[in-house]
Design a protein around this ligand. Structure first.
Ligand code: XUL
Ligand code: CO
Length: 441
């Protein structure tokens, strides 16, 4: 069955196109920095936001009008698979991502749930074979059901821990079956509300035990996906254990897990943590821990995870700068963990939203590559740190100083010859690059 009958495949028509169902900037074949946009950007569609969520919020009912709504239970799950693959094809995204409960309804017990999953997974496998679409990552939803009220791997209750483990076990088997590139752990309720009733040490130790068991099981079944932790500072719990990349990295190192994981960085989670998106990307990149990206954006006026489709070109440029400097995302990609607004309830809006996001990162890629090619930011940074390239600075960097030698150097100083940080000039230059990338056409 066809679900988006009024829409044809979305093609690139260029910046001056007025067709709302066309890419203005995302040209899959265009080569930038030696790589085609399609190869480098590795776009993914998030199953939960695009095919499952209904637009409900704490104040109101669902608003989304979806052509598959007329079905229920397993028929609905099957209809969503059909709709999803039609959508992937028409929007021209090579990858998709899902949680277990996005693709199949939970049964009356775990066995039934897994049987439902088996049915849908074999259907998805067929569709993947026919379409060539690939699974960027899958994950287990260990946060929605009331059994995870106090967490999953960090729950106070051992039975919840066991249930969560069983779901991840199944998730790893599904990932292997579908050839997933990555497997994601987002600690939905892995955190706490109050220390007054929380054994933080036990919870953290258990979380690490859980991850070790996941690593062992993936090895046991020969599932070689890249494991990814997705940091988020808060929501749903007051304090999430995977607060940000730095916290997650320290956790991984403390528990000797650092060789088995990288990070899946989400823009809106970064801003919730009080960082910029590019800060989180940079922190991961310089530690060789940048794995994949959940592409979205937050609303600076709201303090929660709004998961908007990314449209801020300044942000996509700085994000793509980090990704280029990382040499790409390897097995990762840009997954649109983003949802249309509650008022954008028509199925067509799913296309508008993805077009907007794919175009925004395409612009970011192009502009960032030009910044790299022209050595703009590296030039500024190299100049700013030039005192470390000779004299006492070089000695510091080479580990050839101690406090005695540094004190002697300081005694000899009359003043420090600082130079301006030139922030305003740098920002003006980036604006110039943003506008010129397309003015040249
Ligand atoms: C929640 C979030 C999740 C993860 C996967 O904020 O980002 O959708 O990406 O569980
Ligand atoms: Co996410």
């Amino acid at each position: 069955m066809i679900y988006f009958s009024n829409i044809n495949k979305i093609n690139y028509e260029g910046p001056s196109s007025t067709n709302p169902f066309a890419f203005k900037f995302y040209n899959p074949e265009e080569v930038i920095g030696g790589k085609s946009m399609e190869e480098f950007l590795r776009y993914g569609v998030a199953y939960w936001h695009t095919f499952t969520m209904d637009g409900s919020d704490p104040f109101g009912a669902g608003t989304m009008v979806r052509p598959w709504d007329k079905y229920s239970d397993m028929d609905l799950a099957k209809a969503r698979v059909e709709a999803a693959f039609e959508f992937f094809e028409k929007i021209n995204a090579p990858y998709f991502c899902f949680h277990d409960i996005d693709i199949a309804p939970e049964g009356n017990n775990l066995k039934e749930t897994n049987e439902n999953l088996d049915t849908i997974v074999s259907m998805i496998k067929e569709y993947m074979k026919d379409s060539g679409k690939k699974l960027l990552w899958n994950t287990a939803n260990n946060f929605t059901h009331p059994r995870f009220i106090h967490g999953a791997a960090s729950s106070n209750h051992a039975d919840a821990f066991a249930y969560a483990a069983a779901k991840v076990k199944k998730g790893l088997e599904i990932g292997k079956e579908l050839g997933a590139e990555n497997y994601v752990f987002w600690g939905g309720r892995e955190g706490y509300e109050t220390l007054l009733n929380t054994d933080m040490k036990l919870e953290l130790d258990n979380l690490a035990r859980f991850y070790h068991m996941a690593v062992d099981y993936a090895k046991e079944i020969g599932f070689d996906a890249q494991f990814l932790i997705e940091p988020k500072p808060k929501e749903p719990t007051t304090h999430q254990y995977d607060f940000d990349v730095a916290t997650g990295y320290a956790f991984l190192q403390n528990y000797d897990l650092q060789d088995h994981f990288k990070f899946n960085i989400e823009a809106n989670h970064a801003t919730l943590a009080g960082h910029t998106f590019e800060h989180e990307l940079r922190y991961a990149r310089i530690h060789d821990m940048l794995g994949s990206v959940d592409a979205n954006q937050g609303d600076p006026l709201l303090g929660w995870d709004t998961d908007e489709f990314p449209t801020d070109l300044y942000s996509t440029t700085l994000a793509m700068y980090e990704i280029i400097k990382n040499g790409g995302l390897g097995r990762g990609g840009l997954n649109f963990d983003a949802k249309v607004r509650r008022g954008s309830f028509e199925a067509d809006d799913l296309f508008h939203a993805h077009i907007a996001g794919m175009d925004a990162f395409a612009v970011g890629f192009k502009v960032a590559q030009k910044l790299v090619d022209d050595n703009v930011l590296d030039g500024i940074v190299d100049d700013r740190y030039k005192t470390y390239t000779d004299g006492i600075g070089l000695d510091i960097v080479n580990g050839q100083t101690d406090f005695h030698k540094l004190e002697k150097h300081a005694y000899g100083l009359s003043e420090i010859n600082h130079q301006s940080g030139r922030l305003e000039s740098i920002k003006a230059t980036i604006n110039q690059y943003l506008l010129q990338a397309y003015a040249e056409k």
